[in-house]
Design a protein around this ligand. Structure first.
Ligand code: ATP
Length: 398
């Protein structure tokens, strides 16, 4: 499904044929594979056997390539810098085995003002840095759906985080030149932009894609009180996730997405988490809704269960109390559930020393009571596989 998003122009078809097909809005491998042989004969004007061969070529070009675990490991050993984009938050990078993983989707979720955009701006800057400094030495596509990106802030972070490197005027000019900002304020334009990314990634040597935020346009346009909107929204998000996953894997680049979530508990204590229905997308009701008997709190739900499973890694940025902010690694194929305290300064996000030095690596101290409650419940499941599945579900229910 993801791989089928591949553009036909990159599937080994002649330019003439691609142009002919594009007149029928057939531009991806998926578009071709959804047609019957008869339909394909009609749109290509080719014989039965040629069309069968065409189908074979398209199928082969978008089928996942088999590789052994050994090959994967060797690739990473030979060129470890291309497997991760360092966050330059040392303890976080350590726990993630190098940083934000290339080839996958990372979601930054949390309440308004906690620092999601700051994180994205900082990561964009880092992606442009040379590999010797932990960067990916590439361009960035930054899709801004909230008009929140600030070029001044980008320069400020650069100058304060890497004062020596950016002392040179030339570097200070070339860095923002590699960050391609697109303000897309509707669902339609975000989708169109995502659909056009493949060529852009190739032509501009893009090494990072950021979407800040994936949720805001969707929430603006889909009133979930209206029948049918939930399904339509879910389809749109699935389509976007599918293309983004394909791009991340195909070009081995990280994709970072932000998503604003709020959960309010009744005791006045606010917890922000990616709260999703454990059942399925269709049981979700977006907006402020009161939970059922025995449960206390108001919930603003996330983007649905399908979306939740589409992202490989999830960080939650949240306020721990009025002074302190906390970064939680809430979902990761490589790291345990862990929290860090952070501050935002002129140089961007910084981890607070005490968050790791005085505490064991997998720390639950300092996390909010609601998240500690999850931990207690998680500990009651001894079998590891049951534990992680159940933990995920419990986490969703808090
Ligand atoms: N120059 C700066 N120096 C220090 N802190 C800053 C600076 N600029 C912004 N901040 C901090 O970043 C916070 C805003 O973060 P950000 O805009 O990333 O929030 P967000 O999570 O993206 O919110 P939203 O969901 O509303 O977009 C401010 O509250 C402030 O604490």
């Amino acid at each position: 499904m993801n791989m089928a998003s591949k553009k036909l122009r990159r599937a080994g078809l002649s330019q003439d044929l691609c142009e002919r097909l594009s007149r029928y809005q057939i531009t991806t491998c998926q578009d071709v594979l959804c047609l019957s042989l008869l339909e394909l004969m009609k749109v290509t004007g080719q014989s039965y056997w040629k069309v069968k061969k065409l189908l074979n070529t398209v199928s082969r070009s978008c089928a996942p390539k088999m590789q052994t675990v050994y090959e994967m490991k060797m690739k990473r050993t030979i060129n470890p810098s291309s497997a991760f984009l360092q966050t330059t938050l040392e303890d976080l990078d350590k726990i993630l085995h190098g940083g934000i993983a290339c080839g996958s989707l990372t979601e930054i979720t949390g309440p308004a003002g906690c620092g999601k955009t700051q994180f994205c701006i900082m990561m964009s800057l880092l992606a442009t840095l040379p590999t010797s400094m932990g960067g990916l030495d590439g361009a960035v596509v930054y899709i801004d759906t909230e008009s929140a990106f600030s070029a001044e802030r980008l320069i400020e972070i650069a100058q304060h985080r890497f004062p020596h490197y950016f002392a040179s005027e030339e570097k200070l000019v070339s860095m923002p030149n590699r960050i391609h900002l697109y303000r897309e304020l509707t669902c339609d334009s975000v989708l169109k932009r995502i659909e056009s990314l493949e060529e852009e990634i190739i032509s501009k040597n893009v090494k990072l894609v950021v979407i800040d935020s994936i949720a805001s346009v969707v929430r603006k346009e889909f009133d979930l009180k209206l029948q049918g909107n939930l399904k339509e929204r879910s389809n749109l998000l699935t389509k976007e996730a599918s293309i983004l996953k394909f791009l991340a894997e195909e070009f081995s680049i990280p994709v970072i997405l932000t998503n604003q979530i709020t959960t309010w508990l009744n005791d006045g204590f606010a917890v922000q988490t990616d709260l999703l229905s454990p059942a399925d997308d269709f049981s979700l009701s977006e907006g402020s809704s009161r939970k059922g008997d025995g449960e206390s709190g108001y919930v603003t739900t996330a983007l649905g269960n399908t979306w939740s499973h589409s992202v490989n890694t999830r960080f939650i940025l949240q306020y721990l109390d009025s002074q302190r902010r906390q970064l939680l690694v809430a979902k990761s194929p490589a790291a345990p559930f862990i929290s860090f305290l952070y501050v935002i300064e002129k140089s961007g996000l910084l981890l607070q020393e005490s968050s790791q030095k005085d505490q064991p690596c997998c720390s639950w101290e300092g996390t909010s009571p609601a998240l500690q409650a999850i931990k207690v419940r998680q500990d009651t499941f001894k079998d590891e596989s049951v534990s992680s599945a159940r933990f995920h579900s419990l986490q969703q229910q808090v």
